[in-house]
Design a protein around this ligand. Structure first.
Ligand code: HEC
Length: 197
């Protein structure tokens, strides 16, 4: 009985300490201050265990198909490269201010299975800048991107640019030449742009 009372008292003290800490404002929430070693360990361990478990039900299609890989390159360039960078292309300025920083996917694909890569891309990661692409994109759009990113470790800048050129028109982030056969847009009747005056 005494042991139970002591346990309850200890739990109450811990709760009060956690609430006190949360309300005090003592924690530095700024993105430009580094995480403590403990926070890093806790977040990374929780993330890896969660991704591994959740991805265990994902069925992976054949990703070695060259057409599938090519179909993913434009969408990778339009949806991922601004944060993660691409061969020969740096990530945009915004990515440098993110905490945690978006990792180089050429390294990430060596650590994660295809099922895990798919799961992370579809569902995102809470409290980081990694978006859940599945909210706006179906699985058939996401798999080509996964097929493409698994080739990143062997891809140099020249090969990447060549692939982008070959993939004209593929994916919904296809380049402008994909729309070359569409009629040009009529100029807006009300042109408010200041450089005309
Ligand atoms: C707005 C920025 C942003 C965009 C756009 C973005 N990501 Fe991320 N991504 C992140 C951040 C930040 C992380 C790091 C999260 C972390 O450390 O847990 C991340 C992590 C990842 C990881 C590693 C997950 C892990 O377990 O470490 C993968 C894989 C990934 N992103 C894939 C993609 C793919 C594929 C796309 C495009 C479809 C994409 N990301 C677009 C910001 C972004």
């Amino acid at each position: 009985m005494q042991a139970i009372k002591t346990l309850i008292a200890a739990a109450a003290v811990t709760m009060v300490a956690i609430l006190g800490f949360a309300y005090s404002g003592a924690y530095d929430i700024s993105a430009d201050s580094p995480h403590s070693g403990f926070t890093k360990w806790l977040f990374s361990t929780t993330k890896h265990a969660s991704v591994e478990r959740q991805a265990s039900n994902v069925e992976v299609p054949d990703l070695s198909d060259e057409a599938l890989i090519l179909a993913g390159v434009n969408d990778f360039n339009g949806m991922c490269a601004e944060c993660h960078g691409a061969p020969g292309r740096a990530a945009e300025a915004m990515a440098k201010g993110m905490n945690p920083a978006p990792p180089d996917l050429a390294e990430e694909v060596l650590e994660l299975s295809a099922a895990e890569l798919f799961w992370v891309t579809k569902h995102g990661i809470k409290m980081t800048g990694m978006p859940a692409w599945g909210v706006t994109h179906d699985d058939d759009t996401i798999w080509p991107i996964i097929a493409f990113i698994t080739t990143l470790p062997e891809l140099d800048a020249a090969q990447y640019e060549k692939m982008l050129a070959r993939a004209g028109g593929l994916g919904h982030h296809a380049d402008a030449s994909a729309h070359a056969d569409e009629p040009p847009q009529e100029p807006d009747e009300h042109n408010y742009s200041t450089n005309e005056h």
